[in-house]
Design a binder for this molecule. Sequence first.
Ligand code: ZN
Length: 40
Amino acid sequence: MMGTIVCQTCLNTIEHFEDEKVSVLFSNCCDCEDEVEIDD
Ligand SMILES: [Zn+2]
């Protein structure tokens, strides 16, 4: 399965990663640049 990291500011897809299930995590891309801790 594949997870996706999406920028919470501009909603661009940042990257994909292997995961046990399909999931979406929110972060910020290098353009928006705010570091956010993801707790999962
Ligand atoms: Zn962004």
